[in-house]
Design a protein around this ligand. Structure first.
Ligand code: NAD
Length: 244
């Protein structure tokens, strides 16, 4: 029943930009029905025009549990959830120089956002006996990037949640995995201080950034029916930076 993308509904958060936008485009091209979720209209109208009826979107702040629950009530049950909404918050700051409100804001989006959306879809996926949840984490969550306390720690929390959810749902037909990319050039990276981006890219043995094409290829596999014996795992996309 889930062999064909044409029959699948896929929700993607952070759909208006960067990774989320590329993921929406790939799954629409594969024939899936894609539901984009983002806080701002951004490029969503334009995507809707380009992708047609296969793409719908909802304006929803993933930090707000009530908004998330309502949004998922208004769309058909999803077979796949990809959490790509994320922010870096302030960077290039030593951890003792950070602003508690900023650290909290980053956790609200990166950790609580993914927690809220997965909380909304898990009961329905379990009831239907099938589901694929992918949290986009980061190499920062595995390695810790100096100058990026909030971002690194919130992504480590996402990786922790992935392990918990993967184990909890292992017998249900629902898999939960994470992906830890190194640097992929997107508006998020463009907005970061040059020295912080250099710190991150200098650590990639492949000596280049990852591409959106490489990103969508691995995402397509992780959320496919074929990827059925891997759960609670954090996949790597780091050009050799993480070898574990
Ligand atoms: N670009 C990279 O190098 C890289 C590397 C590792 C991990 N990631 C992760 O990939 C994900 C996507 O990053 P990106 O580079 O595409 O960033 P981006 O800034 O291009 O896109 C992020 C999207 O998330 C949306 N968003 C932010 N807060 C939201 C909220 N409260 N509710 C709903 N939507 C919200 C934004 O509006 C934006 O459209 C993030 O989780 C990021 O941490 C990115």
């Amino acid at each position: 029943m889930h062999q064909d993308w044409n029959t699948q509904h896929i929700a993607v958060t952070g759909a208006a930009s960067g990774l989320g936008r590329a993921i929406c485009r790939r799954f629409a091209a594969l024939g899936a029905t894609v539901h984009g979720i983002d806080i701002g209209q951004g490029s969503l109208d334009e995507m809707r025009k380009g992708l047609g009826d296969q793409f719908s979107f909802a304006i929803c702040d993933v930090t707000n549990w009530e908004e998330v629950a309502k949004t998922f009530e208004q769309i058909p049950p999803v077979d796949v959830l990809v959490n790509s909404a994320g922010i870096t918050g302030q960077t290039s700051l030593r951890s003792d120089e950070t602003n508690p409100a900023d650290v909290e804001r980053v956790f609200r989006v990166n950790f609580f956002g993914s927690y809220h959306t997965s909380k909304a879809v898990i009961p329905i996926m379990v009831q239907r006996g099938y589901g694929r949840i992918l949290h986009i984490a980061s190499i920062a969550g595995k390695e810790g990037n100096a100058g990026m306390l909030a971002y690194s720690a919130s992504k480590a929390a996402v990786i922790g949640m992935t392990k918990v959810q993967g184990k909890e749902l292992a017998t249900t037909g629902v898999t939960v995995n994470a992906l830890a990319p190194a640097v992929i050039q997107t508006p998020m990276v463009d907005a970061m201080p040059t020295e912080q981006v250099k710190y991150m890219t200098d650590k990639i043995p492949a000596r280049r950034c990852g591409s959106l094409e490489e990103l969508v290829a691995i995402v397509e596999f992780i959320v496919s029916p074929a990827c059925s014996f891997t759960t609670g795992f954090t996949f790597d996309l780091s050009g050799g930076r993480a070898t574990y």
